[in-house]
Design a protein. Structure first.
Length: 207
């Protein structure tokens, strides 16, 4: 990991996650969480304060020490215990069927082997438990898709491997999880932002 990826990218991501409209979407992704929750790509704790009271503990999967440190104050204010778990969502040390839910917000775009990460999510979920996700990915409009493919090489360099063209719904389904509900669409932002803000909000259960 280079200096840019380790020091600059986490700060860029942290500063860009405070928009009220994005926070409202995060809150919707957190609805229904309960018990032992594993959060992939915990980052600088932007979802803290949005967890329902039924959550008993959050195990944070976060590779960046900078992002973890940036979230220290938010974590300290959380009434729900938060512990730092694994550093890599592709290799979780958690037991099979040990999680009541998994939360992933703006994370699946960046994990190098997203198929393996989703397989790990399915493994650690209890039967009947769900992955709650809010992700950006490939748009439905061909014109926007062209821009996404054009911009993606730069995006990956600036944001530590972040892809713009991943089909989040298809990737989740290919993992063996069953999508229970999903919404697809552009976040309420200016049209110029469309290559970055086509989102997938939903839940997928381990049957």
């Amino acid at each position: 990991m280079g200096l840019w990826a380790s020091q600059v990218t986490p700060r860029l991501v942290a500063s860009g996650g405070e928009d009220e409209k994005v926070r409202a979407l995060r809150a919707r992704a957190c609805e229904g969480l309960r018990g032992e929750v594993v959060e992939l790509g915990f980052g600088s704790a932007h979802n803290v304060g949005l967890y329902p009271a039924a959550v008993t503990r959050v195990t944070a999967v976060e590779p960046s020490d900078v992002a973890w440190d940036l979230g220290a104050e938010r974590r300290a204010r959380s009434p729900i215990p938060i512990v730092r778990g694994d550093l890599d969502g592709q290799w979780l040390s958690l037991d099979d069927g040990s999680a009541d839910a998994v939360l992933s917000t703006f994370t699946l775009c960046t994990i190098p082997d997203v198929h393996r990460a989703l397989a790990e999510v399915r493994r650690v979920l209890r039967p009947g438990a769900a992955l709650h996700f809010l992700e950006h990915g490939i748009a439905q409009d061909e014109g926007v898709q062209r821009w996404q493919r054009l911009i993606e090489p730069v995006q990956k360099k600036v944001f530590d491997g972040c892809h713009l063209t991943r089909p989040i719904d298809r990737l989740v389904e290919e993992s063996g999880l069953v999508i229970q509900d999903i919404e697809r669409g552009y976040a309420p932002m200016p049209k110029v932002m469309r290559p970055w803000v086509f989102g997938y909000l939903g839940r997928a259960r381990r049957t």
